[in-house]
Design a protein around this ligand. Structure first.
Ligand SMILES: *Cc1c(COP(=O)(O)O)cnc(C)c1O
Length: 398
């Protein structure tokens, strides 16, 4: 008994290295944006979720600074115990208006919003059916809830129906969970079909709009609006940290639902309220989303441009980069699947040498290794051209 009870940690790290699954964090300098500075090198940023470029918008910064001056930096306690600020309510009303719902509730992160909402909506006697590619926060929420959890195959409505047919009757409540835009693939959930099944089998539906809000829909409300499902019964959850350029999460819904969550969601009750700065920045962002549709249009123009260029580039390349395969995408998230973890890491490294920051995403985050490209409204055409040229120049790992 001479070994330390902590020794396994180092062994686990060694195993991660061996499997090419070890991950580390890059330190960036200066302002967030379409280009960023890293260790003195300027990189075009294809690794950010700041779709509208709002994380560096001076209006958000001014709103945050004013909130700190007025209220201070910390929220000092949970809202039920220590009270909240007018700002929190203003933000919740603004989100409700954006989503076309009666009310909304903001959480300290999107992760917590999913965890807290799922665990409040279902428990041990209940059933959760989730898309197999759902975000980690939906999976964790499902586990924490104690409900029976079954995955249906990615976007496979027939499989979802089979599972409902077989298992629904044996459970009290049923909750179907899905990303609206799949965060590591960029495709969309078949929402209309899911909602129809939910009607038939008396199931609730929770839709994670983390990558939808501000990006999809005429009004920027999200994929629910984009797919014509506004007004149908469902629970939209999302984050303030992506297109909204701040930090925090939200759930929108009916007055009773929100009231219930305020009383029953531990991830909201037992944690400190969103900071004044984050709250004010998110509020300013919701206003920009509503008042400046041109940002969304610029983003989608970039998506269309890159899709066309990539199609052409990958079509003519039967040579060394044919090992990169574009996965189906309907969003500003575009993925190029590679042969292995090593090959996508090597591709990402070569792109970095060319001043292009594209992340390599590997198992266990995703089933197959890939380059993940995210576009912003503030990317210029020259940025996109450089990316395509860069991708064409990638040499396969020796
Ligand atoms: C980023 C993300 C979250 C978590 O949101 P945070 O505010 O960053 O905690 C939840 N769901 C999906 C699909 C996401 O991509």
């Amino acid at each position: 008994m001479s070994s330390s009870p902590y020794e396994w940690i180092e062994n686990s790290l060694i195993a991660l290295h061996r499997a090419h699954r070890y991950r580390s964090v890059a330190a960036l300098e200066g302002m967030a944006g379409a280009t960023i500075q890293r260790q003195g090198q300027r990189l075009v940023n294809f690794a950010s979720n700041d779709y509208l470029g709002l994380a560096s918008d001076p209006r958000l910064a001014e709103a945050a600074i004013a909130a700190i001056r007025t209220y201070g930096t910390g929220s000092t306690g949970s809202r039920l115990l220590s009270g909240h600020r007018e700002l929190h309510q203003q933000l919740e009303r603004a989100i409700a208006a954006l989503k076309g719902s009666e009310d909304a509730l903001v959480f300290s992160s999107g992760y917590l919003a999913n965890l807290g909402t799922i665990a409040a909506l279902v428990g041990t006697p209940d059933l959760i059916l989730g898309d197999q590619y759902n975000h980690s926060s939906l999976r964790s929420g499902a586990q924490v809830s104690g409900a029976k959890v079954l995955d249906y195959r990615h976007r496979d409505v027939a499989h979802l129906r089979d599972l409902l047919e077989t298992h629904r009757d044996r459970h009290r409540r049923c909750l179907i969970t899905t990303d609206s835009v799949f965060s590591m693939d960029g495709d969309l959930c078949p929402l209309t079909a899911i909602l129809n099944l939910a009607d038939t089998y008396e199931a609730m539906v929770l839709v994670d709009e983390a990558h939808g809000t501000g990006v999809f829909g005429e009004r920027g409300s999200g994929v629910v609006e984009h797919l014509g499902c506004s007004g149908r019964p469902l629970v939209p959850v999302g984050t303030l940290s992506k297109a909204l350029g701040s930090l925090g999460g939200y759930v929108a819904g009916s007055q009773p639902l929100i009231d219930f969550l305020r009383n029953r969601a531990p991830g909201w009750i037992y944690t400190t309220a969103l900071s004044p700065a984050d709250t004010a920045a998110a509020l300013a962002a919701v206003q920009v989303v509503q008042q400046e549709p041109q940002r969304r249009q610029a983003l989608w123009a970039n998506v269309n441009y890159l899709n066309q260029s990539l199609n052409q580039a990958l079509e003519v390349s039967s040579g060394p980069r044919s090992h990169l395969k574009q996965l189906p995408s309907e969003s500003p998230i575009m993925c190029l699947e590679g042969a292995s973890a090593v090959s996508v890491m090597e591709a990402s490294r070569q792109l970095q040498e060319l001043g292009l920051w594209v992340s390599a995403v590997r198992p266990p985050t995703v089933p197959t290794s890939r380059l993940r490209i995210t576009l912003m409204a503030t990317h210029q055409t020259t940025h996109l051209d450089r990316l395509v040229t860069g991708l064409q120049s990638i040499k396969d790992a020796p």
